[in-house]
Design a protein around this ligand. Structure first.
Ligand SMILES: [Zn+2]
Length: 255
């Protein structure tokens, strides 16, 4: 029963995340106006705005102008519901408040990952705003100490700042965006050193793999910019649940 409620709540929050993903990069208010079709600008009726179900009933098209609705909408809704459920199953027995913060953290990861993928930006409201929120929460976090949180947040931001200037000076390219630096504060504040390192490892690995696929199949060169925030979000998501497992595995291999 609780799980059904969680999944429904996840679908509704997922639909709100879609609004953030669409409106934040273009600087529009996230509360007003009500949802509207990006093409014909008509407001979407409440019965056409039910997560996943409306998409299926309308067969992925606007009721008014028949413009295609991106598959991103139902996918984000379903993935958010999954996020609610998996956070609950992993952490609810440890702490309901921690579960809530895990869900908030992962929702921010989903929004940042998709916005960076589509627009190559990471909005400050999420990176800095989230960073401040999770640094405050680190005093109450049952899994890591606040020292761990502050060291990993500002240590990694410092390393990324140095890397940023290194790329800029030596290779004359913006290898990293400054948004990535700010995102590190958020990641470090919630994950702590161990899980942050795993998140970085996973982000770099997936970045390298995707980078090579792009170079081989799409004829891009090594200077092609990749949305590193997308990979960071992915790495952080996996690390929240399986970071400790990956760390133990690496330690057992190295031993
Ligand atoms: Zn329309």
């Amino acid at each position: 029963m609780e799980e059904v409620f969680l999944i429904l709540l996840g679908l509704i929050i997922g639909s709100f995340l879609n609004v953030l993903i669409y409106r934040m990069p273009i600087g529009k208010s996230i509360v007003k106006p009500r949802s509207y079709c990006p093409k014909c600008k008509k407001p979407i009726k409440f019965y056409d705005n039910i997560p996943v179900i409306s998409f299926i009933i309308l067969r992925g098209k606007c009721r008014g102008c028949k413009a295609k609705i991106s598959l991103q909408y139902p996918l984000v809704e379903i993935f958010t519901a999954f996020t609610f459920w998996i956070s609950y199953s992993f952490y609810f027995s440890i702490s309901p408040i921690y579960t809530l913060f895990t869900i908030m953290f992962l929702c921010i990861m989903v929004v940042l990952a998709i916005i960076d993928f589509k627009h190559m930006i990471l909005p400050d409201e999420l990176t800095i705003g989230g960073g401040v929120l999770f640094l405050i929460y680190s005093f109450f976090n049952p899994l890591i100490t606040y020292k761990d949180a502050f060291i990993s947040a500002f240590g990694s931001a410092l390393v990324f700042t140095l890397l940023y200037f290194f790329y800029l000076k030596v290779r004359k390219i913006e290898g990293l965006g400054f948004g990535d630096v700010k995102m590190m504060i958020l990641l470090g504040a919630f994950l702590g050193v161990n899980k942050l390192l795993i998140a970085l490892l996973l982000a770099s690995l997936s970045g390298v793999i995707i980078g090579f696929i792009f170079i081989i199949f799409k004829g891009k060169d090594l200077k092609t910019k990749l949305p590193f925030g997308t990979f960071l979000g992915l790495g952080a998501y996996v690390s929240v649940f399986w970071g400790d497992c990956v760390l133990r595995f690496i330690q057992s291999v190295l031993r």
